[in-house]
Structure formats: C-alpha cells, structure tokens
Design a binder for this molecule. Structure first.
Ligand SMILES: Nc1ncnc2c1ncn2[C@@H]1O[C@H](COP(=O)(O)OP(=O)(O)OP(=O)(O)O)[C@@H](O)[C@H]1O
Ligand SMILES: [Mg+2]
Ligand SMILES: [Zn+2]
Length: 240
C-alpha cells in the first residue's frame, strides 16, 4: 500500500514564493512606457535601425554618436563643444570645415584652449558621421614604439590606418621630444595625408618657426600650408 504523502510540504523555498508572486508584482510589458524600458526609444538600445523596416539595411542610430565621442576623446574633453567658444571662433571653424584644404593648425600658449577646440571639432565631425580620430601625439608615439618593438610589420599597419583616415587630429606637436626617426614618421604621416586630400587638425604651443628649428623644417613647411588659427595668450587652467 502506497504511503500517504504528508499534507504539509514544510516551509516553501523563497524562490518558489517569488516565482508565484513575481509575475503579478510586475506590470505587463505592454503597460510600461517605452521610455522607461529603453534609454533610446528609436533603436531600443541596439544602436542600429533597420531602414526601411524589414529591408535588411541598417543604419546607425543617433544614440551611438555621443558614445562614439566619448570613445574617441580623452575624458577631460568629453563635453567640449564649439558652443564653448565665441561666435567668431565658431564662424571660422565652420568655414574651415566647409573647405578644409590640407588641414587646420591651432597654435598658441599653453592652456589657451587648443586641445579643447580640436576636441570640439572632433565632436562636430562625429555628429556629421565622419570617420575621425584624436591622437595625443606623445601617447601615439609611445604606443608606436611599443608596437614596433613587438613587430616591425605593425609599424606599417599603424601608419596605413592613419593615412587612410578621412579626418585626424594630432594633439600637441612638439610635446615630449621626438627622435629623428619619429620626426620623419610624423612628416610622412602629414605628407601622405595631404597627398590623399585627407585633412589633419594639428595643435601645438610652438610657432612654425619653433617647429622648424626644434623639430624639422619640412614639418613646419607642411603645417604652413594649413589654415592657421592663433590663440591669444591666457591660460584657462589658471583661475583668477
Ligand atoms: N572654451 C572653453 N570653454 C571651457 N573650457 C575650456 C575652453 N577652452 C579650454 N578649456 C579648458 O581649459 C583647460 C585648458 O585647455 P586646453 O587643454 O585645450 O589648452 P591647450 O591650449 O591645449 O594647452 P596645452 O598647450 O598645454 O596643451 C582644459 O581643461 C580645457 O577643457
Ligand atoms: Mg593641449
Ligand atoms: Zn538608439
């Protein structure tokens, strides 16, 4: 004869209780406003939108662009925008963006806002869906040295990538002291980009004469062909 099951199953597991209660505690998904479910209603946080629907053609959602800006720029420039500058600056930069030629050379004393402006231009280009990169030159050459030690082939890969990039910012030319070989690499980088008609934004607190004397007169000569923008003295890092 089968043994009778005890009626009382004992204390239930907390998981079982929640399983039974859970669904009734949550509103049905259809009742949750879309803006509460997703940061981006357009793509539901996927980052891509199929346009037109069911076409199997995808375009990036606008919500990716601020993330891309943060990925490209050093943290201190994440919020830099052209609106941080006086309207005459903005007009000049917009005119340059419309007709960039070989590039833009931002020069002026330390702390005057050159990197901030270069970062703001990068933001502008990202929002115009352009392919861009922002390189702090000293950091770039440190990585370049490490890569070339690992494998000489990486050197070419590194550079080919930058030659092909439609827009590139080189921040702080002259900082950190480059070897002769690195100066030649920089010259090659600027030259190759000019040949491909890919504009470069360069910042430096050295004048063209300083660059000619302390680095390489051929680098100075290339930068001399860029649209020049001189920052007035005044260190924004120093308060008061
Ligand atoms: N227009 C601006 N509005 C708000 N903050 C600014 C602006 N310009 C510069 N800054 C801030 O001031 C500080 C100095 O600016 P930045 O780093 O661009 O100077 P720099 O000219 O590149 O100096 P360095 O030659 O030493 O590299 C930064 O923290 C920057 O974010
Ligand atoms: Mg700077
Ligand atoms: Zn989105």
């Amino acid at each position: 004869m089968a043994k009778e099951q005890p009626k009382d199953q004992g204390p239930q597991r907390i998981g079982d209780i929640l399983d039974r209660l859970g669904p009734s505690l949550l509103p049905p998904e259809s009742a949750i406003p879309k803006e509460a479910l997703y940061d981006c209603e357009l793509c539901q946080d996927v980052g891509w939108i199929e346009t037109p629907p069911l076409s199997r053609q995808w375009r990036q959602c606008l919500c990716r662009l601020p993330k891309r800006v943060r990925h490209l720029l050093p943290a201190k420039f994440h919020t830099a925008t052209l609106n941080d500058f006086p309207s005459e600056f903005i007009d000049k930069i917009k005119a340059w963006l419309a007709k960039p030629g070989d590039g833009l050379f931002l020069t002026g004393p330390t702390g005057s806002g050159k990197s901030h402006l270069a970062a703001a231009i990068i933001r502008e280009l990202v929002f115009a869906k352009r392919e861009v990169r922002f390189l702090e030159l000293a950091v770039f050459f440190r990585r370049f040295r490490e890569a070339t030690l690992e494998s000489p082939k990486l050197e070419n890969l590194f550079l080919e990538d930058l030659f092909a990039l439609p827009w590139l910012a080189l921040d702080d030319i002259g900082a950190g002291g480059l070897s002769d070989y690195e100066n030649r690499t920089l010259l090659d980088l600027i030259d190759s980009r000019m040949n491909k008609l890919h504009p470069t934004i360069a910042t430096s607190n050295w004048s063209l004469q300083d660059i000619a004397h302390r680095m390489d007169d051929r680098i100075a000569s290339r930068l001399g062909a860029f649209v020049r923008f001189e920052f007035p003295a005044g260190d924004r890092r120093v308060s008061g």
